[in-house]
Design a protein around this ligand. Structure first.
Ligand SMILES: CC(C)(COP(=O)(O)OP(=O)(O)OC[C@H]1O[C@@H](n2cnc3c(N)ncnc32)[C@H](O)[C@@H]1OP(=O)(O)O)[C@@H](O)C(=O)NCCC(=O)NCCS
Length: 180
Protein backbone atom coordinates (compact mmCIF):
# COMPACT_ATOMS: atom_id res chain seq x y z
CA UNK A 1 0.00 0.00 0.00
CA UNK A 2 1.74 3.13 -1.13
CA UNK A 3 -0.95 5.68 -1.84
CA UNK A 4 -4.03 6.88 0.00
CA UNK A 5 -6.17 6.32 -3.12
CA UNK A 6 -5.93 2.61 -2.35
CA UNK A 7 -7.44 3.27 1.07
CA UNK A 8 -11.20 3.10 1.51
CA UNK A 9 -12.73 5.14 4.36
CA UNK A 10 -16.19 4.07 5.53
CA UNK A 11 -18.38 3.66 8.63
CA UNK A 12 -18.74 0.31 10.39
CA UNK A 13 -21.99 -0.98 11.85
CA UNK A 14 -21.81 -2.83 15.18
CA UNK A 15 -21.80 -6.28 13.58
CA UNK A 16 -19.10 -5.25 11.11
CA UNK A 17 -16.99 -3.86 13.94
CA UNK A 18 -17.40 -7.14 15.77
CA UNK A 19 -16.34 -9.07 12.66
CA UNK A 20 -13.27 -6.80 12.38
CA UNK A 21 -12.40 -6.89 16.07
CA UNK A 22 -9.00 -8.55 15.54
CA UNK A 23 -7.89 -5.72 13.22
CA UNK A 24 -9.21 -3.09 15.62
CA UNK A 25 -7.42 -4.70 18.57
CA UNK A 26 -4.17 -4.81 16.59
CA UNK A 27 -4.58 -1.16 15.58
CA UNK A 28 -5.05 0.04 19.16
CA UNK A 29 -2.22 -2.10 20.55
CA UNK A 30 0.08 -0.76 17.82
CA UNK A 31 -0.76 2.83 18.82
CA UNK A 32 -0.15 2.24 22.52
CA UNK A 33 3.08 0.34 21.85
CA UNK A 34 4.10 3.35 19.77
CA UNK A 35 3.61 5.64 22.78
CA UNK A 36 0.21 7.14 21.95
CA UNK A 37 -1.83 8.60 24.80
CA UNK A 38 -5.19 7.03 23.94
CA UNK A 39 -6.53 5.82 27.25
CA UNK A 40 -4.36 2.80 27.99
CA UNK A 41 -1.29 2.00 30.08
CA UNK A 42 1.38 -0.56 29.23
CA UNK A 43 1.64 -3.52 29.51
CA UNK A 44 -1.52 -3.86 27.52
CA UNK A 45 -3.20 -7.26 27.21
CA UNK A 46 -5.23 -8.32 24.21
CA UNK A 47 -8.25 -9.13 26.42
CA UNK A 48 -8.35 -5.59 27.81
CA UNK A 49 -8.32 -4.10 24.32
CA UNK A 50 -10.89 -6.59 22.99
CA UNK A 51 -13.18 -5.65 25.91
CA UNK A 52 -12.81 -1.98 24.97
CA UNK A 53 -13.85 -2.67 21.37
CA UNK A 54 -16.81 -4.73 22.58
CA UNK A 55 -17.98 -1.67 24.53
CA UNK A 56 -17.60 0.40 21.38
CA UNK A 57 -19.66 -2.14 19.44
CA UNK A 58 -22.42 -1.89 22.07
CA UNK A 59 -22.38 1.92 21.85
CA UNK A 60 -22.58 1.74 18.04
CA UNK A 61 -25.56 -0.60 18.33
CA UNK A 62 -27.17 1.92 20.72
CA UNK A 63 -26.55 4.71 18.21
CA UNK A 64 -24.44 6.94 20.45
CA UNK A 65 -21.09 6.04 18.90
CA UNK A 66 -20.04 6.04 15.25
CA UNK A 67 -16.90 4.37 13.97
CA UNK A 68 -15.14 5.23 10.72
CA UNK A 69 -12.35 3.00 9.48
CA UNK A 70 -9.70 3.20 6.78
CA UNK A 71 -9.17 -0.08 5.00
CA UNK A 72 -6.32 -1.11 2.72
CA UNK A 73 -6.13 -4.50 1.03
CA UNK A 74 -9.09 -5.61 3.12
CA UNK A 75 -7.42 -4.83 6.46
CA UNK A 76 -8.23 -1.97 8.81
CA UNK A 77 -5.27 0.42 8.99
CA UNK A 78 -6.94 3.41 10.65
CA UNK A 79 -10.00 4.43 12.63
CA UNK A 80 -11.72 7.32 14.35
CA UNK A 81 -14.88 7.59 16.43
CA UNK A 82 -17.45 10.20 17.29
CA UNK A 83 -19.27 9.90 20.58
CA UNK A 84 -22.58 11.77 20.50
CA UNK A 85 -23.54 13.67 23.65
CA UNK A 86 -26.89 12.38 24.92
CA UNK A 87 -28.02 15.10 27.35
CA UNK A 88 -31.02 17.11 26.20
CA UNK A 89 -29.02 20.34 26.01
CA UNK A 90 -26.04 18.80 24.19
CA UNK A 91 -27.48 17.04 21.18
CA UNK A 92 -25.66 19.38 18.79
CA UNK A 93 -22.30 18.14 20.08
CA UNK A 94 -20.03 15.12 19.66
CA UNK A 95 -16.57 14.15 20.87
CA UNK A 96 -13.92 12.93 18.47
CA UNK A 97 -12.17 9.93 19.98
CA UNK A 98 -9.28 7.61 19.18
CA UNK A 99 -7.97 8.75 15.85
CA UNK A 100 -5.58 5.89 15.10
CA UNK A 101 -3.45 5.10 12.07
CA UNK A 102 -1.23 2.04 12.06
CA UNK A 103 2.45 2.96 12.32
CA UNK A 104 3.30 1.19 9.07
CA UNK A 105 1.07 3.55 7.03
CA UNK A 106 1.45 6.89 8.81
CA UNK A 107 2.19 10.21 7.05
CA UNK A 108 0.24 9.18 3.94
CA UNK A 109 -2.80 11.33 4.61
CA UNK A 110 -4.96 8.60 6.16
CA UNK A 111 -5.46 10.47 9.46
CA UNK A 112 -6.52 13.56 7.54
CA UNK A 113 -8.96 11.56 5.41
CA UNK A 114 -10.56 10.01 8.49
CA UNK A 115 -10.97 13.43 10.13
CA UNK A 116 -12.44 14.88 6.93
CA UNK A 117 -14.86 11.99 6.49
CA UNK A 118 -16.04 12.45 10.05
CA UNK A 119 -17.45 15.92 9.37
CA UNK A 120 -20.29 15.06 6.96
CA UNK A 121 -21.09 12.09 9.18
CA UNK A 122 -21.38 14.37 12.23
CA UNK A 123 -23.58 16.82 10.32
CA UNK A 124 -25.82 14.00 9.14
CA UNK A 125 -26.32 13.16 12.83
CA UNK A 126 -27.23 16.76 13.63
CA UNK A 127 -23.88 17.38 15.36
CA UNK A 128 -22.22 20.63 14.32
CA UNK A 129 -19.87 21.07 17.27
CA UNK A 130 -16.93 18.69 17.54
CA UNK A 131 -14.69 18.62 20.60
CA UNK A 132 -11.55 16.64 21.36
CA UNK A 133 -8.58 16.58 23.66
CA UNK A 134 -5.02 15.51 23.05
CA UNK A 135 -1.62 15.45 24.67
CA UNK A 136 -0.18 18.94 24.41
CA UNK A 137 2.22 19.21 21.44
CA UNK A 138 1.30 15.76 20.15
CA UNK A 139 1.87 15.48 16.36
CA UNK A 140 -1.91 15.22 15.97
CA UNK A 141 -2.20 18.86 17.08
CA UNK A 142 -0.82 20.05 13.73
CA UNK A 143 -3.35 17.91 11.91
CA UNK A 144 -6.28 19.25 13.95
CA UNK A 145 -5.14 22.85 13.59
CA UNK A 146 -4.77 22.44 9.82
CA UNK A 147 -8.37 21.18 9.71
CA UNK A 148 -9.63 24.27 11.55
CA UNK A 149 -9.87 23.00 15.13
CA UNK A 150 -9.41 25.84 17.60
CA UNK A 151 -7.48 25.63 20.85
CA UNK A 152 -9.33 26.31 24.07
CA UNK A 153 -7.17 25.57 27.09
CA UNK A 154 -4.73 23.20 28.71
CA UNK A 155 -5.49 21.00 31.70
CA UNK A 156 -2.29 20.03 33.51
CA UNK A 157 -1.68 16.35 34.20
CA UNK A 158 -5.02 15.42 32.63
CA UNK A 159 -4.19 11.94 31.27
CA UNK A 160 -1.49 9.32 31.41
CA UNK A 161 1.07 8.34 28.81
CA UNK A 162 1.36 4.58 28.20
CA UNK A 163 4.08 4.50 30.87
CA UNK A 164 1.66 6.07 33.38
CA UNK A 165 3.24 9.54 33.42
CA UNK A 166 0.53 12.20 33.70
CA UNK A 167 0.74 14.77 30.90
CA UNK A 168 -0.89 18.10 30.08
CA UNK A 169 -3.74 17.95 27.57
CA UNK A 170 -5.10 20.52 25.16
CA UNK A 171 -8.84 20.82 24.50
CA UNK A 172 -9.92 21.81 20.99
CA UNK A 173 -13.17 22.32 19.12
CA UNK A 174 -14.53 22.88 15.63
CA UNK A 175 -17.90 24.32 14.66
CA UNK A 176 -18.99 22.75 11.40
CA UNK A 177 -21.90 25.07 10.78
CA UNK A 178 -23.49 28.00 12.59
CA UNK A 179 -25.29 26.85 15.73
CA UNK A 180 -29.06 26.69 15.57
C1 LIG B 1 -1.97 11.24 14.77
C2 LIG B 1 -2.13 10.20 13.65
C3 LIG B 1 -3.53 9.66 13.66
C4 LIG B 1 -1.82 10.86 12.30
O1 LIG B 1 -2.13 9.92 11.28
P1 LIG B 1 -1.43 10.02 9.85
O2 LIG B 1 -2.20 9.17 8.90
O3 LIG B 1 0.02 9.75 9.97
O4 LIG B 1 -1.66 11.57 9.52
P2 LIG B 1 -1.57 12.28 8.09
O5 LIG B 1 -0.62 11.55 7.20
O6 LIG B 1 -2.95 12.51 7.59
O7 LIG B 1 -0.88 13.65 8.52
C5 LIG B 1 -1.61 14.84 8.55
C6 LIG B 1 -0.77 15.91 9.21
O8 LIG B 1 -0.60 15.68 10.60
C7 LIG B 1 0.67 16.16 11.02
N1 LIG B 1 1.46 15.01 11.49
C8 LIG B 1 1.08 13.71 11.49
N2 LIG B 1 2.05 12.96 12.06
C9 LIG B 1 3.04 13.80 12.41
C10 LIG B 1 4.29 13.63 13.04
N3 LIG B 1 4.73 12.41 13.43
N4 LIG B 1 5.07 14.72 13.26
C11 LIG B 1 4.65 15.95 12.89
N5 LIG B 1 3.46 16.16 12.26
C12 LIG B 1 2.66 15.12 12.05
C13 LIG B 1 1.31 16.80 9.81
O9 LIG B 1 0.92 18.15 9.80
C14 LIG B 1 0.62 16.02 8.69
O10 LIG B 1 0.63 16.71 7.47
P3 LIG B 1 1.87 16.49 6.44
O11 LIG B 1 2.13 15.02 6.36
O12 LIG B 1 1.33 17.08 5.18
O13 LIG B 1 3.00 17.24 7.07
C15 LIG B 1 -1.11 9.02 13.87
O14 LIG B 1 0.17 9.55 14.06
C16 LIG B 1 -1.46 8.13 15.04
O15 LIG B 1 -2.22 7.18 14.92
N6 LIG B 1 -0.87 8.42 16.22
C17 LIG B 1 -1.09 7.60 17.39
C18 LIG B 1 -2.49 7.77 17.95
C19 LIG B 1 -2.72 9.21 18.39
O16 LIG B 1 -1.92 9.80 19.07
N7 LIG B 1 -3.88 9.73 17.96
C20 LIG B 1 -4.28 11.08 18.27
C21 LIG B 1 -4.96 11.08 19.58
S1 LIG B 1 -5.51 12.73 19.96
Amino acid sequence: MSHTNTVDVHPLAAGEASASRDDLVALLIDAVEGGASVGFIRPLGRAEVAAYWQEVEAAIAKGTRHLLVARADGRIVGAVQIDCAVKANSRHRAEVQKLLVHRRVRRRGIGRRLMQALEPLALSLGRNLLVLDLRLDDPAQQLYESLGYRRTGIVPRYAGDPDGTLVDCLFMYKELAPAG
